[in-house]
Design a protein around this ligand. Sequence first.
Ligand SMILES: NC(=O)c1ccc[n+]([C@@H]2O[C@H](COP(=O)([O-])OP(=O)(O)OC[C@H]3O[C@@H](n4cnc5c(N)ncnc54)[C@H](OP(=O)(O)O)[C@@H]3O)[C@@H](O)[C@H]2O)c1
Length: 228
Amino acid sequence: MTVTLITGANKGIGYETAKQLLELGHTVYVGARDPERGEKAAAALGARFVQLDVTDDPSVNSALATIGSAEGRLDVLVHNAGVLGNGATDGPTALRVFDTNAVGIVRVTEAALPLLRRSSNPNVVTVSSSAGSFWAVNNPRRPEFGLPLALYSASKAAATMLTVQYAKSQPGIRFNAVEPGTAATDMTAAFGVGRRPEESAAVVVRLATLGADGPTGTLRDENGELPW
Ligand SMILES: NC(=O)c1ccc[n+]([C@@H]2O[C@H](COP(=O)([O-])OP(=O)(O)OC[C@H]3O[C@@H](n4cnc5c(N)ncnc54)[C@H](OP(=O)(O)O)[C@@H]3O)[C@@H](O)[C@H]2O)c1
């Protein structure tokens, strides 16, 4: 049985990813910062719930300790929790966006590494964004070219770089970042764009179910590797 943790899995792409991985037979831990929302989502899915706020070290450590006690290892980690941080471009907003989208990846990865090392096929997927790709934001043919989301884009560039750096420093564990494709979730509701979140979740699931011979240290979307 593959043991999987998904952060921010109480709704949106994370929820749909949990659903699809459960259908594939994974034991899925739904990480959510709010116990009520998390318990409700886990019950609806038939998954397990761990309270996990990626901006809070004790919460992250306790979530991984719970999984360690119950399972003894972690096979798949999906860094999905994220915030858009639209509105003000100021210090407090920047700290919140980077704390969630980038520092959160460091917190959760560091707490998860001992459990990932006990897996026979450890696999980490970062739900990043091509909004953090220098190639995409400088390409007038890409939608990211006109996206006025400086903090989100910069934090996702950091998320992708962290993923690549972990791939280098942890050669026994696969680390890939993914652009899931624009999905209609609470995050994008103000823009009125995006496809069904389950379609974007399928892109995350493809990476989360790669075999041991799969790539590492890449940024990909559903069509393959992206320049970043
Ligand atoms: N939607 C898109 O088009 C799109 C495109 C590219 C990349 N992405 C990325 O996909 C991921 C999922 O986004 P989504 O579209 O599904 O958005 P969403 O529906 O807003 O879901 C975001 C999830 O992250 C959780 N979260 C936020 N801050 C957290 C924290 N501090 N600790 C733990 N969980 C936290 C939210 O929990 P609460 O319910 O408690 O707020 C929620 O479960 C994000 O990383 C996003 O950047 C999305």
